[in-house]
Design a protein around this ligand. Structure first.
Ligand code: FE2
Length: 212
């Protein structure tokens, strides 16, 4: 389900309420992506195992904090535009277009393989949103570009664990998070996470990078 398009009663000076509504819809999906990413990062923080446990466990907390800050900025921009930022889990699950993160307790590097795909999805969609905002509102575009600067740095932190000295990523061409985890981690099965959403019908065909 996509968020309901709604024209706010007022918006920031210099924009029409229709333009404000378009930006609110755009930002609402970015808010869902960022809230989902913050939850996913904590889930990984709690479920990493193996010899790289402490490095990965501790690397993810500053990323979580920064992503929560991005979600806060996106939500407050929605409010400034005259919209209502929905931050509850129920609305997030109802409106998102991607699956729940699919790896449970697993080797730290295997999780980073899956996280690389998560970051790729959110970065691609943030870039698309920034490009759409550009023609309407440079302030919203600027906000999304600021997010991208950090998101792309965080993905590099992740990818540095997956890269060999020739510059190849162990997860190249992975078609799903579990496949990326299997390619990145030690050669053993990656157990799928059992969640309340495990049995849901796929919202999107599985692709290497999920829209977020
Ligand atoms: Fe912790």
């Amino acid at each position: 389900m996509s968020p309901q398009s709604s024209t706010p009663r007022y918006t920031v000076p210099g924009l029409s309420t229709k333009e404000g509504g378009r930006l609110i819809d755009l930002l609402m999906m970015r808010l869902h992506s960022l809230n989902d990413l913050a939850l996913t990062l904590k889930h990984i923080h709690w479920n990493v195992t193996g010899p790289h446990f402490i490095a990965v466990h501790e690397m993810l907390d500053p990323q979580t904090l920064a992503v929560r800050g991005m979600a806060d900025a996106a939500a407050e921009r929605i409010s400034a535009l005259g919209g209502v930022p929905h931050g509850t889990a129920g609305v997030l699950v109802a409106e998102r277009t991607w699956h729940d993160y699919s790896v449970g307790r697993a080797d730290a590097i295997a999780h980073l393989g899956a996280l690389d795909l998560v970051y790729a999805g959110i970065i691609e969609d943030h870039r698309k949103a920034a490009a759409k905002a550009a023609s309407v509102d440079p302030v919203t575009e600027d906000l999304l570009i600021e997010h991208l600067r950090s998101l792309e740095q965080f993905q590099w932190f992740v990818r540095a664990h997956l890269e060999n000295s020739a510059g190849d990523l162990s997860t190249a061409d992975a078609g799903s998070e579990t496949q990326a985890a299997a390619k990145a981690g030690p050669s053993r099965a990656i157990p799928a996470k059992k969640t309340a959403n495990s049995g849901r019908t796929a919202k999107k065909a599985a692709t290497g990078k999920r829209a977020r």
